[in-house]
Design a binder for this molecule. Structure first.
Ligand code: ADP
Length: 463
Protein backbone atom coordinates (compact mmCIF):
# COMPACT_ATOMS: atom_id res chain seq x y z
CA UNK A 1 0.00 0.00 0.00
CA UNK A 2 1.28 3.32 -1.06
CA UNK A 3 0.54 6.17 1.17
CA UNK A 4 -0.54 9.23 -0.72
CA UNK A 5 0.50 11.45 1.93
CA UNK A 6 2.97 9.65 4.00
CA UNK A 7 3.59 11.31 7.35
CA UNK A 8 7.21 11.90 8.19
CA UNK A 9 8.68 9.17 10.12
CA UNK A 10 9.29 11.18 13.16
CA UNK A 11 5.61 12.04 13.30
CA UNK A 12 4.75 8.73 14.54
CA UNK A 13 7.39 8.84 17.14
CA UNK A 14 6.66 12.54 18.01
CA UNK A 15 9.57 15.03 17.76
CA UNK A 16 12.65 13.94 15.86
CA UNK A 17 15.66 13.80 18.11
CA UNK A 18 17.61 16.66 16.40
CA UNK A 19 14.52 18.90 16.24
CA UNK A 20 13.60 18.31 19.84
CA UNK A 21 17.09 19.36 20.88
CA UNK A 22 16.73 22.56 18.82
CA UNK A 23 13.25 23.39 19.95
CA UNK A 24 14.36 23.54 23.60
CA UNK A 25 16.89 26.29 22.75
CA UNK A 26 14.40 28.09 20.55
CA UNK A 27 11.83 28.11 23.26
CA UNK A 28 14.36 29.37 25.71
CA UNK A 29 15.39 32.06 23.26
CA UNK A 30 11.83 32.93 22.54
CA UNK A 31 11.05 33.23 26.20
CA UNK A 32 14.16 35.40 26.61
CA UNK A 33 13.10 37.60 23.74
CA UNK A 34 9.57 37.85 25.13
CA UNK A 35 10.88 38.68 28.58
CA UNK A 36 13.25 41.25 27.18
CA UNK A 37 10.45 42.67 25.07
CA UNK A 38 8.18 42.74 28.06
CA UNK A 39 10.83 44.41 30.23
CA UNK A 40 11.55 46.94 27.52
CA UNK A 41 7.88 47.68 27.08
CA UNK A 42 7.40 48.01 30.83
CA UNK A 43 10.38 50.34 31.17
CA UNK A 44 9.25 52.41 28.22
CA UNK A 45 5.69 52.68 29.45
CA UNK A 46 6.82 53.64 32.97
CA UNK A 47 9.13 56.23 31.48
CA UNK A 48 6.30 57.55 29.30
CA UNK A 49 4.02 57.66 32.32
CA UNK A 50 6.54 59.70 34.30
CA UNK A 51 7.05 62.08 31.37
CA UNK A 52 3.26 62.34 30.95
CA UNK A 53 2.88 63.28 34.63
CA UNK A 54 5.50 66.00 34.16
CA UNK A 55 3.68 67.27 31.09
CA UNK A 56 0.33 67.23 32.91
CA UNK A 57 1.84 69.12 35.83
CA UNK A 58 3.24 71.74 33.48
CA UNK A 59 -0.16 72.00 31.80
CA UNK A 60 -1.83 72.45 35.23
CA UNK A 61 0.64 75.22 36.04
CA UNK A 62 0.03 76.93 32.72
CA UNK A 63 -3.70 76.91 33.62
CA UNK A 64 -3.02 78.63 36.93
CA UNK A 65 -2.85 75.55 39.19
CA UNK A 66 0.49 76.56 40.59
CA UNK A 67 0.28 74.17 43.53
CA UNK A 68 0.34 71.16 41.19
CA UNK A 69 3.49 69.02 41.71
CA UNK A 70 5.12 65.89 40.23
CA UNK A 71 5.73 63.14 42.82
CA UNK A 72 8.86 61.48 41.44
CA UNK A 73 11.85 61.04 43.67
CA UNK A 74 13.89 58.79 41.37
CA UNK A 75 17.54 59.69 41.11
CA UNK A 76 17.54 59.44 37.31
CA UNK A 77 17.23 62.26 34.80
CA UNK A 78 13.43 62.18 34.70
CA UNK A 79 13.39 62.48 38.49
CA UNK A 80 15.70 65.47 38.19
CA UNK A 81 13.42 66.98 35.57
CA UNK A 82 10.44 66.46 37.91
CA UNK A 83 12.27 68.17 40.76
CA UNK A 84 13.21 71.05 38.45
CA UNK A 85 9.52 71.40 37.43
CA UNK A 86 8.49 71.38 41.13
CA UNK A 87 11.12 74.02 41.95
CA UNK A 88 9.89 76.13 39.05
CA UNK A 89 6.31 75.82 40.36
CA UNK A 90 7.39 76.87 43.87
CA UNK A 91 9.33 79.83 42.48
CA UNK A 92 6.46 81.05 40.28
CA UNK A 93 4.01 80.58 43.17
CA UNK A 94 6.23 82.62 45.50
CA UNK A 95 6.68 85.33 42.87
CA UNK A 96 2.94 85.55 42.29
CA UNK A 97 2.22 85.59 46.06
CA UNK A 98 4.80 88.33 46.44
CA UNK A 99 3.38 90.43 43.63
CA UNK A 100 -0.20 89.86 44.96
CA UNK A 101 0.96 91.06 48.40
CA UNK A 102 2.67 94.04 46.82
CA UNK A 103 -0.40 94.98 44.80
CA UNK A 104 -2.65 94.51 47.91
CA UNK A 105 -0.27 96.75 49.85
CA UNK A 106 -0.28 99.31 47.06
CA UNK A 107 -4.08 99.10 46.88
CA UNK A 108 -4.40 99.77 50.63
CA UNK A 109 -1.95 102.67 50.39
CA UNK A 110 -3.81 104.20 47.45
CA UNK A 111 -7.14 103.67 49.20
CA UNK A 112 -5.82 105.24 52.41
CA UNK A 113 -4.61 108.38 50.66
CA UNK A 114 -6.29 111.72 51.40
CA UNK A 115 -5.79 112.62 47.76
CA UNK A 116 -8.11 111.12 45.20
CA UNK A 117 -6.44 108.91 42.56
CA UNK A 118 -8.02 108.01 39.25
CA UNK A 119 -6.38 106.13 36.36
CA UNK A 120 -7.58 105.93 32.78
CA UNK A 121 -6.36 103.41 30.18
CA UNK A 122 -5.26 104.16 26.61
CA UNK A 123 -8.74 103.12 25.49
CA UNK A 124 -10.37 105.58 27.92
CA UNK A 125 -11.52 102.88 30.34
CA UNK A 126 -11.50 103.65 34.08
CA UNK A 127 -8.77 101.51 35.63
CA UNK A 128 -8.64 102.79 39.19
CA UNK A 129 -10.69 104.99 41.50
CA UNK A 130 -9.61 105.15 45.13
CA UNK A 131 -11.86 105.83 48.13
CA UNK A 132 -10.98 109.56 48.31
CA UNK A 133 -11.73 110.02 44.60
CA UNK A 134 -15.08 108.25 45.11
CA UNK A 135 -15.91 110.72 47.92
CA UNK A 136 -14.77 113.78 45.99
CA UNK A 137 -16.52 112.91 42.75
CA UNK A 138 -19.56 111.23 44.28
CA UNK A 139 -18.91 107.94 42.41
CA UNK A 140 -18.79 104.28 43.45
CA UNK A 141 -16.04 102.02 42.07
CA UNK A 142 -18.34 99.01 41.70
CA UNK A 143 -20.85 101.07 39.74
CA UNK A 144 -18.32 102.52 37.31
CA UNK A 145 -15.92 99.57 36.89
CA UNK A 146 -15.15 98.97 33.21
CA UNK A 147 -16.91 102.17 32.08
CA UNK A 148 -15.35 104.76 29.84
CA UNK A 149 -14.19 107.65 32.02
CA UNK A 150 -16.11 110.19 29.92
CA UNK A 151 -19.33 108.27 30.63
CA UNK A 152 -19.02 108.84 34.37
CA UNK A 153 -16.97 112.04 34.65
CA UNK A 154 -18.99 114.63 32.84
CA UNK A 155 -16.76 117.55 33.83
CA UNK A 156 -15.49 119.28 30.65
CA UNK A 157 -12.37 120.68 32.39
CA UNK A 158 -11.31 117.18 33.51
CA UNK A 159 -11.98 115.60 30.11
CA UNK A 160 -9.89 118.32 28.48
CA UNK A 161 -7.10 117.85 31.02
CA UNK A 162 -6.94 114.08 30.35
CA UNK A 163 -6.63 114.71 26.60
CA UNK A 164 -3.95 117.41 27.05
CA UNK A 165 -1.83 115.46 29.49
CA UNK A 166 -1.61 112.50 27.09
CA UNK A 167 0.33 114.68 24.69
CA UNK A 168 2.65 116.27 27.27
CA UNK A 169 5.65 114.94 29.13
CA UNK A 170 5.27 117.20 32.17
CA UNK A 171 2.29 116.81 34.54
CA UNK A 172 -0.47 119.40 34.25
CA UNK A 173 -2.50 121.07 37.02
CA UNK A 174 -5.93 122.66 36.95
CA UNK A 175 -8.38 123.90 39.58
CA UNK A 176 -11.99 122.85 39.15
CA UNK A 177 -15.12 123.73 41.09
CA UNK A 178 -17.79 121.09 41.56
CA UNK A 179 -21.17 122.52 42.38
CA UNK A 180 -23.60 120.25 44.20
CA UNK A 181 -27.12 121.45 44.92
CA UNK A 182 -27.80 122.29 48.56
CA UNK A 183 -24.13 121.95 49.48
CA UNK A 184 -21.05 124.12 49.46
CA UNK A 185 -19.04 124.07 46.23
CA UNK A 186 -16.12 121.64 46.27
CA UNK A 187 -12.86 123.04 44.91
CA UNK A 188 -10.43 120.44 43.57
CA UNK A 189 -6.86 120.85 42.40
CA UNK A 190 -6.29 118.19 39.72
CA UNK A 191 -2.79 117.02 38.72
CA UNK A 192 -2.78 114.97 35.52
CA UNK A 193 0.13 112.92 34.14
CA UNK A 194 0.58 110.65 31.17
CA UNK A 195 0.41 106.91 31.93
CA UNK A 196 2.36 104.74 29.46
CA UNK A 197 1.37 101.10 28.91
CA UNK A 198 3.61 98.53 27.26
CA UNK A 199 2.29 97.55 23.85
CA UNK A 200 -0.33 100.30 23.78
CA UNK A 201 -0.09 102.99 21.11
CA UNK A 202 -2.18 105.53 23.05
CA UNK A 203 -1.11 106.51 26.58
CA UNK A 204 -3.54 106.57 29.48
CA UNK A 205 -3.66 109.18 32.25
CA UNK A 206 -3.45 109.29 36.01
CA UNK A 207 -5.21 112.08 37.93
CA UNK A 208 -4.44 113.07 41.51
CA UNK A 209 -7.17 115.17 43.14
CA UNK A 210 -6.61 117.47 46.14
CA UNK A 211 -9.65 118.88 47.91
CA UNK A 212 -8.64 122.49 48.54
CA UNK A 213 -12.12 123.77 49.49
CA UNK A 214 -11.16 124.39 53.15
CA UNK A 215 -7.91 126.05 52.11
CA UNK A 216 -9.71 128.37 49.70
CA UNK A 217 -12.39 129.17 52.30
CA UNK A 218 -9.68 129.98 54.86
CA UNK A 219 -7.91 132.17 52.33
CA UNK A 220 -11.15 134.01 51.63
CA UNK A 221 -11.81 134.37 55.37
CA UNK A 222 -8.27 135.71 55.89
CA UNK A 223 -8.63 138.20 53.03
CA UNK A 224 -12.01 139.31 54.39
CA UNK A 225 -10.51 139.62 57.86
CA UNK A 226 -7.61 141.79 56.62
CA UNK A 227 -9.99 143.92 54.56
CA UNK A 228 -12.41 144.33 57.49
CA UNK A 229 -9.66 145.04 60.02
CA UNK A 230 -8.05 147.61 57.71
CA UNK A 231 -11.40 149.26 57.15
CA UNK A 232 -12.15 149.35 60.88
CA UNK A 233 -8.74 150.84 61.62
CA UNK A 234 -8.86 153.31 58.76
CA UNK A 235 -12.19 154.89 59.75
CA UNK A 236 -11.09 156.33 63.14
CA UNK A 237 -7.66 157.17 61.70
CA UNK A 238 -9.25 159.21 58.91
CA UNK A 239 -11.47 160.99 61.44
CA UNK A 240 -8.41 161.75 63.61
CA UNK A 241 -6.52 163.11 60.60
CA UNK A 242 -9.52 165.27 59.62
CA UNK A 243 -9.86 166.82 63.10
CA UNK A 244 -6.11 167.29 63.37
CA UNK A 245 -5.88 169.07 60.01
CA UNK A 246 -8.81 171.32 60.83
CA UNK A 247 -7.33 172.32 64.18
CA UNK A 248 -3.88 172.83 62.62
CA UNK A 249 -5.03 174.97 59.70
CA UNK A 250 -7.71 177.00 61.49
CA UNK A 251 -5.74 179.27 63.80
CA UNK A 252 -8.86 181.26 64.71
CA UNK A 253 -10.93 178.30 65.81
CA UNK A 254 -13.00 179.13 68.86
CA UNK A 255 -11.93 177.43 72.07
CA UNK A 256 -15.27 175.65 72.42
CA UNK A 257 -15.08 174.12 68.90
CA UNK A 258 -11.50 173.04 69.41
CA UNK A 259 -12.44 171.31 72.69
CA UNK A 260 -15.31 169.55 70.98
CA UNK A 261 -12.98 168.37 68.22
CA UNK A 262 -10.42 167.22 70.76
CA UNK A 263 -13.12 165.26 72.57
CA UNK A 264 -14.12 163.58 69.29
CA UNK A 265 -10.45 162.79 68.63
CA UNK A 266 -10.21 161.24 72.08
CA UNK A 267 -13.29 159.14 71.28
CA UNK A 268 -11.68 157.92 68.05
CA UNK A 269 -8.48 157.09 69.93
CA UNK A 270 -10.57 155.01 72.38
CA UNK A 271 -12.16 153.24 69.43
CA UNK A 272 -8.77 152.48 67.91
CA UNK A 273 -7.54 151.30 71.29
CA UNK A 274 -10.56 148.99 71.72
CA UNK A 275 -10.18 147.62 68.22
CA UNK A 276 -6.47 146.88 68.61
CA UNK A 277 -7.21 145.26 72.02
CA UNK A 278 -9.89 143.05 70.43
CA UNK A 279 -7.57 142.09 67.59
CA UNK A 280 -4.84 141.16 70.06
CA UNK A 281 -7.28 139.14 72.16
CA UNK A 282 -8.52 137.31 69.07
CA UNK A 283 -4.96 136.57 67.94
CA UNK A 284 -4.16 135.23 71.40
CA UNK A 285 -7.23 132.97 71.37
CA UNK A 286 -6.34 131.64 67.91
CA UNK A 287 -2.69 130.82 68.58
CA UNK A 288 -2.24 127.99 71.09
CA UNK A 289 1.43 128.98 71.73
CA UNK A 290 0.30 132.37 73.03
CA UNK A 291 -2.06 130.82 75.59
CA UNK A 292 -0.99 130.02 79.11
CA UNK A 293 -1.43 126.51 80.56
CA UNK A 294 -4.82 125.69 82.13
CA UNK A 295 -4.88 126.27 85.89
CA UNK A 296 -7.68 126.05 88.45
CA UNK A 297 -9.58 129.35 88.10
CA UNK A 298 -11.86 130.79 90.78
CA UNK A 299 -14.64 131.73 88.37
CA UNK A 300 -16.65 133.53 91.10
CA UNK A 301 -13.76 135.93 91.65
CA UNK A 302 -13.34 136.55 87.90
CA UNK A 303 -17.10 137.23 87.58
CA UNK A 304 -17.02 139.68 90.53
CA UNK A 305 -14.06 141.56 89.03
CA UNK A 306 -15.68 141.76 85.60
CA UNK A 307 -18.99 142.88 87.16
CA UNK A 308 -17.14 145.57 89.16
CA UNK A 309 -15.50 146.84 85.96
CA UNK A 310 -18.90 147.67 84.38
CA UNK A 311 -20.71 148.99 87.46
CA UNK A 312 -19.82 152.63 86.85
CA UNK A 313 -20.76 152.54 83.15
CA UNK A 314 -24.07 150.81 83.94
CA UNK A 315 -24.84 153.31 86.71
CA UNK A 316 -24.15 156.22 84.38
CA UNK A 317 -26.63 154.74 81.87
CA UNK A 318 -29.20 154.01 84.56
CA UNK A 319 -28.95 150.25 84.06
CA UNK A 320 -29.39 147.83 86.94
CA UNK A 321 -26.36 145.51 86.78
CA UNK A 322 -26.78 142.36 88.90
CA UNK A 323 -24.39 139.58 89.81
CA UNK A 324 -25.71 136.20 90.92
CA UNK A 325 -23.20 133.59 91.91
CA UNK A 326 -23.69 130.83 94.48
CA UNK A 327 -21.67 130.99 97.72
CA UNK A 328 -18.36 129.14 97.82
CA UNK A 329 -15.92 128.73 95.04
CA UNK A 330 -16.79 127.97 91.44
CA UNK A 331 -13.54 126.45 90.31
CA UNK A 332 -12.86 125.34 86.76
CA UNK A 333 -9.65 124.49 84.91
CA UNK A 334 -8.91 127.24 82.42
CA UNK A 335 -7.14 130.37 81.28
CA UNK A 336 -8.09 133.15 83.71
CA UNK A 337 -7.30 136.02 81.36
CA UNK A 338 -9.33 134.47 78.53
CA UNK A 339 -12.32 133.85 80.84
CA UNK A 340 -12.19 137.44 82.10
CA UNK A 341 -12.05 138.66 78.51
CA UNK A 342 -15.12 136.52 77.66
CA UNK A 343 -17.16 137.99 80.54
CA UNK A 344 -16.01 141.55 79.74
CA UNK A 345 -17.19 141.18 76.15
CA UNK A 346 -20.57 139.75 77.14
CA UNK A 347 -21.16 142.41 79.82
CA UNK A 348 -19.97 145.27 77.62
CA UNK A 349 -22.42 144.18 74.88
CA UNK A 350 -25.25 143.78 77.37
CA UNK A 351 -24.68 147.29 78.79
CA UNK A 352 -24.09 148.76 75.32
CA UNK A 353 -27.27 147.36 73.77
CA UNK A 354 -29.56 148.02 76.75
CA UNK A 355 -31.38 151.32 76.97
CA UNK A 356 -31.41 153.41 80.18
CA UNK A 357 -33.76 151.99 82.81
CA UNK A 358 -33.10 148.39 81.74
CA UNK A 359 -31.27 145.64 83.56
CA UNK A 360 -28.32 143.31 82.97
CA UNK A 361 -27.64 140.14 84.94
CA UNK A 362 -24.55 137.95 85.17
CA UNK A 363 -25.11 134.59 86.83
CA UNK A 364 -23.12 131.39 87.16
CA UNK A 365 -23.96 127.97 88.56
CA UNK A 366 -22.68 124.42 88.51
CA UNK A 367 -24.84 122.01 86.56
CA UNK A 368 -23.56 118.45 86.53
CA UNK A 369 -20.17 118.39 84.86
CA UNK A 370 -20.52 121.94 83.60
CA UNK A 371 -20.30 125.47 84.86
CA UNK A 372 -23.13 127.45 83.31
CA UNK A 373 -22.59 131.17 82.84
CA UNK A 374 -25.50 133.37 81.77
CA UNK A 375 -25.44 137.02 80.74
CA UNK A 376 -28.97 138.37 80.24
CA UNK A 377 -30.28 141.81 79.48
CA UNK A 378 -33.53 143.61 78.80
CA UNK A 379 -31.98 145.40 75.82
CA UNK A 380 -32.80 145.85 72.16
CA UNK A 381 -32.49 142.14 71.33
CA UNK A 382 -31.34 140.56 68.06
CA UNK A 383 -33.64 139.77 65.11
CA UNK A 384 -33.86 135.96 64.60
CA UNK A 385 -32.46 136.10 61.05
CA UNK A 386 -29.17 137.52 62.42
CA UNK A 387 -28.74 135.04 65.27
CA UNK A 388 -26.84 132.40 63.21
CA UNK A 389 -24.18 134.97 62.27
CA UNK A 390 -23.55 136.95 65.45
CA UNK A 391 -20.45 134.92 66.43
CA UNK A 392 -18.74 135.70 63.09
CA UNK A 393 -15.89 138.17 63.07
CA UNK A 394 -16.93 141.75 62.28
CA UNK A 395 -20.58 140.81 62.02
CA UNK A 396 -22.89 143.51 63.31
CA UNK A 397 -26.66 143.67 63.25
CA UNK A 398 -26.56 147.43 62.91
CA UNK A 399 -23.03 148.51 61.89
CA UNK A 400 -23.61 152.24 62.34
CA UNK A 401 -25.10 151.79 65.83
CA UNK A 402 -22.38 149.35 66.87
CA UNK A 403 -19.61 151.70 65.67
CA UNK A 404 -21.32 154.67 67.28
CA UNK A 405 -21.37 152.78 70.59
CA UNK A 406 -17.67 151.85 70.27
CA UNK A 407 -18.18 148.23 69.18
CA UNK A 408 -15.47 146.48 67.20
CA UNK A 409 -17.61 143.64 65.82
CA UNK A 410 -15.17 141.15 67.37
CA UNK A 411 -16.58 140.76 70.89
CA UNK A 412 -18.77 137.71 70.32
CA UNK A 413 -16.23 135.93 68.14
CA UNK A 414 -13.79 136.28 71.06
CA UNK A 415 -16.47 134.83 73.39
CA UNK A 416 -16.91 131.87 71.03
CA UNK A 417 -13.16 131.30 70.84
CA UNK A 418 -12.85 131.29 74.65
CA UNK A 419 -15.72 128.81 74.99
CA UNK A 420 -14.13 126.55 72.32
CA UNK A 421 -10.74 126.86 73.97
CA UNK A 422 -12.22 125.50 77.23
CA UNK A 423 -14.09 122.71 75.46
CA UNK A 424 -17.39 124.50 76.10
CA UNK A 425 -20.24 125.98 74.09
CA UNK A 426 -21.99 129.32 73.75
CA UNK A 427 -25.58 129.93 72.67
CA UNK A 428 -27.80 132.93 72.35
CA UNK A 429 -31.55 133.41 72.71
CA UNK A 430 -32.94 136.78 71.87
CA UNK A 431 -36.10 138.61 70.93
CA UNK A 432 -36.06 142.07 69.38
CA UNK A 433 -37.28 144.66 71.87
CA UNK A 434 -37.31 142.18 74.79
CA UNK A 435 -33.68 141.31 75.48
CA UNK A 436 -30.99 138.71 74.98
CA UNK A 437 -29.61 135.78 76.93
CA UNK A 438 -26.11 134.42 76.27
CA UNK A 439 -25.47 131.01 77.77
CA UNK A 440 -21.92 129.66 78.09
CA UNK A 441 -21.32 126.08 79.29
CA UNK A 442 -17.80 125.23 80.44
CA UNK A 443 -16.64 121.78 81.58
CA UNK A 444 -15.48 121.57 85.20
CA UNK A 445 -13.55 118.85 86.92
CA UNK A 446 -14.31 119.12 90.62
CA UNK A 447 -16.66 120.68 93.17
CA UNK A 448 -20.01 119.62 94.52
CA UNK A 449 -23.07 120.00 92.32
CA UNK A 450 -24.86 123.26 92.85
CA UNK A 451 -27.59 124.82 90.81
CA UNK A 452 -28.64 128.39 90.30
CA UNK A 453 -31.58 127.69 92.63
CA UNK A 454 -29.12 127.74 95.57
CA UNK A 455 -29.30 131.51 95.36
CA UNK A 456 -32.26 133.85 95.04
CA UNK A 457 -33.22 134.16 91.38
CA UNK A 458 -34.73 137.42 90.19
CA UNK A 459 -37.38 137.23 87.46
CA UNK A 460 -35.93 136.19 84.09
CA UNK A 461 -37.15 137.74 80.88
CA UNK A 462 -39.55 135.53 78.95
CA UNK A 463 -37.99 134.54 75.59
P1 ADP B 1 -19.84 144.66 68.61
O1 ADP B 1 -18.50 145.08 68.99
O2 ADP B 1 -20.37 145.30 67.40
O3 ADP B 1 -20.77 144.63 69.76
P2 ADP B 1 -19.95 141.79 68.84
O4 ADP B 1 -19.23 140.73 68.13
O5 ADP B 1 -19.73 141.87 70.31
O6 ADP B 1 -19.61 143.13 68.12
O7 ADP B 1 -21.48 141.60 68.58
C1 ADP B 1 -21.93 141.39 67.27
C2 ADP B 1 -23.29 142.00 67.06
O8 ADP B 1 -24.25 141.27 67.83
C3 ADP B 1 -23.38 143.41 67.60
O9 ADP B 1 -23.00 144.33 66.61
C4 ADP B 1 -24.82 143.54 67.95
O10 ADP B 1 -25.55 143.90 66.81
C5 ADP B 1 -25.24 142.13 68.36
N1 ADP B 1 -25.24 141.96 69.84
C6 ADP B 1 -24.30 141.42 70.60
N2 ADP B 1 -24.65 141.39 71.90
C7 ADP B 1 -25.89 141.92 71.96
C8 ADP B 1 -26.81 142.15 72.99
N3 ADP B 1 -26.55 141.84 74.28
N4 ADP B 1 -27.98 142.73 72.66
C9 ADP B 1 -28.29 143.04 71.40
N5 ADP B 1 -27.45 142.84 70.36
C10 ADP B 1 -26.26 142.28 70.63
Amino acid sequence: MVLLNPRPPWCAAGVPPAASALSGDALFLLAGVCLAGFLLWRTASRRNGRIRRIRETLEDMSHGLLRSRVYDSSPDEIGELARAVNALGTFVEEQIDHSCNESRKLGSIIDGMIEGVLAVSGTDKLLLLNAAAERMLGLRSEAVAGCYFWQVLRIPAVLELVEFCRTREAPMTREITLASPGQRDRILEVHASKLEFEGSTRPGAVLVLHDISTLRRLETARKDFVANASHELKTPLMALRGFLETIRTDGDMPEETRNRFLERMSGNCDRLDALVDSLLQLTRMESPEAQGPFRPVDFGKVAEESHRGFREEAEKKGIDLELMIPPGDLEIPGDEEALRCMLDNLLSNAVRYTDPGGWVRLSASEEGDFLTVTVEDSGIGIPPEHLPRIFERFFRVDPARSRGLGGSGLGLSIVKHVADLHGGTVDCESRPGEGSRFLVRLPRTSGRNRTASDCVQPKRPEM
